[in-house]
Design a protein around this ligand. Sequence first.
Ligand code: IVH
Length: 720
Amino acid sequence: MTTGEDDRAEERIAELIELIRYHDQRYHSDDASEIPDADFDQLKRELIELETAHPELGRPDSPTQTVGADPSTLFAPVKHRVPMMSLDNAFDRGELIAWADRARRRLVAIHARRAAEEASNQGVLLLAGEPDGKEAGDEGLAEIEEPSVQLGDLVCELKFDGLAVSLRYENGRLVQAATRGNGRVGEDITANILTLKSVPHLLPAGAPQVLEVRGEVYLPLAAFDVLNAQQEAEGKPRYANPRNTAAGSLRQKDPTVTATRGLSMWCYSVGEVQGGPTLTTHSATLEYLEGLALPVNPETVTADSVDAAWEFVNECEARRHDLPYEIDGAVIKIDRLDLQQELGSTSRAPRWAVAYKLPPEEKTTKLHRIQVSIGSKGKATPFAVLEPVFVGGSTVEMATLHNQDQVKAKDVRPGDTVVVRKAGDVIPEVLGPVLAERPDELPEWDFPEICPCPHQQPLVREEGDAAHYCYFPRCPEQLRGWIEHFAARNALDIEHLGEQRVGLFIDLGFISDVSDIYSLDYERIRKLEGFGELSAANLAAAIEASKQQPLARLLVGLNIRHLGDTTSELLADALGDLDKIMAATVEELAEVDGIGPIMAESVHEFFQSEINREIIEKLRAAGLNFAGDASPYEAQALPQTLEGMTIVVTGGLEGYTRDGVGAAIKARGGKSPGSVSSKTTAVVVGENPGASKLDKAEKLGIPVLDEAQFHRLIETGELP
Ligand code: IVH
């Protein structure tokens, strides 16, 4: 290319940028377009072509690089004109074959019915599909064979582990992008999607009037590594896995943040289409999308049998770690669109496609040590300290071993090579040792008899209980958890006293038991880094307000073993004030409706402790409300974010008792039963989850959420 040509290109680029900016302004702000949309698009297309031919002349202020959507519409609801479906799952070859058989039989029935209808219109009675109903010699009866239906080709795609989105192009221009949401209504994420380099803002000339493209937004592994390297360099925590990071990146209020994350997209289907070409197969649809410069994954293949599709699945499994992005399975789709149409969908998923979910990934690593962590109620939980290993999409360094019996049953010993996987693809789990690699005479691990804290109090395992406990109320290992629990929403609800501040105040020696919250020295706090006049005053006001919380919440905050939100309320209602509860005998406590003997024992024992009584007296002196009052949940009208949802929780969630999490779900309009069924909207996994609930969720294809995703769900009602 000559310099003269370059100069001309540079001039024309400058001219086009100016023109496009001018018309964009007229279009968006003044609502008075001077040129037809098609002419405007032609200007943009010319600019894109020039910039592609002369990458060195690309300008960062070019409208092809800047966001054209108004960020103020971010997250506004978007109704999908064609619902965004989910997929049914197959977990083995048998289930894949069963899916294809079901589809074939359904098509046979549909075709037979149609043939019968056509024949009866012609006055002939057919017996197709009912061979036993035929009477020999029947006059006027024609017989047909059961229609032979071939499923035809199967399109085999990777199942990308990201977030489903829908892009709407009108006359070739990207006008809206939305998340899947609940399949019928999603959220507007146009401004964020426009920052993705792989998503064209404009399609080439001749694009349909309306084209909705569906696909998966994902974070390539390389981009994930770059982000984590940045986090580490800035001393910030690593992101857990690419999928969650992609979700967080798409949910940014500021599109310039999304732009820095390196998100990408694969397109795999279409929604509403008007004015497009007539296509007869899914594979032709993908080719068509590719022809429009939309990102279509190159790994897709067409298989002529279920066996060939199964081969693809096996290859996916073998190659899953060689790909530069994460997948969680394969998707098999019937290629012929006429058959897809005939098969239709259930309310949840199309019958013409099935997802093969890859089994949770397993890796081996070294088990360095087994340590014990002390929870907020003094529960001592053993956990494995592992040589960091990347498994199931994130690096695992620790995994809970639940309790003494589990360690014994798994027979894992420090120094073993162990097999690790993600349970429900979320919680790291140690499956067991690789015995062949066990060093000779490796000793078993013994549960420590002493709490790891400096007070070195005994760890006690009561009869009939699998867990060990440290009962020392000032155990610093417990303190952090107890204070966080005390300040949590379902307890004293102290805003501005989050995890980080609790940690800071403990480390600085400001707090050594919960009552110290009420004698904080704000003069000193004001001078701490990250605080100031205003934030110290806000904290002081929140702490002051918490003194008025009703007795039931104070009881929750005291963190008494076995006592939850509901039982705290029962106790507060029945006995009226804290002094009466403190003075009650085990028998009197057990007489309260809903309070069992174990709970009564635990409450009684709590108030027998001298240290606990000391703490209670300090709380009394601080002016906390020791008298009964109205239910804290009745007093609040929370946004009904979970209306119509059934959320099953398994395992402990930070900041909630088991009763409390159920109450929090109910208070937001949701249901929270104890078991997983096909009606379950999502399963939330906390610490020490039940394996059966996770297995069932996986079998039924129900989304499994971690704690952070649960918090987002109750805030927004959005499933990830
Ligand atoms: S097709 C109507 N194809 O998997 C068909 N989905 O578990 C809709 N997914 O919500 C989906 N890769 O987010 C399809 N190649 C692929 C996919 C894919 C990933 C996701 C998609 C969907 C979820 C269902």
